[in-house]
Write a protein that binds this ligand. Structure first.
Ligand SMILES: [Zn+2]
Length: 88
């Protein structure tokens, strides 16, 4: 199973952040706009493309692309925060 982390937040074309499309001061949750290219995509289609891409990278043994890796904060014994990467 592929972790959905960031799959609907990052553009499936350029992997840059997206925002909700606003029309007449209303947020349209189903549509997202790439902040870089301005392209408008269906949120679910965009997430599906990202998940397909992540799955392909994992199958090619390249691992999950870095921008889609969830950062896990874990307290160590020395009381500082260590950041670990979750690979799948
Ligand atoms: Zn984009």
């Amino acid at each position: 199973m592929i972790d959905e982390y960031k799959t609907s937040k990052l553009c499936s074309h350029c992997h840059k952040p997206t925002s909700n499309l606003v029309v007449n001061e209303k947020k349209l949750w189903k549509l997202i706009k790439c902040k870089t290219s301005g392209s408008i995509n269906n949120r679910d289609h965009n997430a599906t493309k990202n998940m397909m891409n992540i799955a392909k990278q994992i199958l090619k043994k390249k691992g999950r692309p870095k921008k889609f890796i969830r950062l896990q904060k874990k307290k160590s014994k020395r009381n500082h925060v260590a950041i670990r990467y979750k690979l799948y």
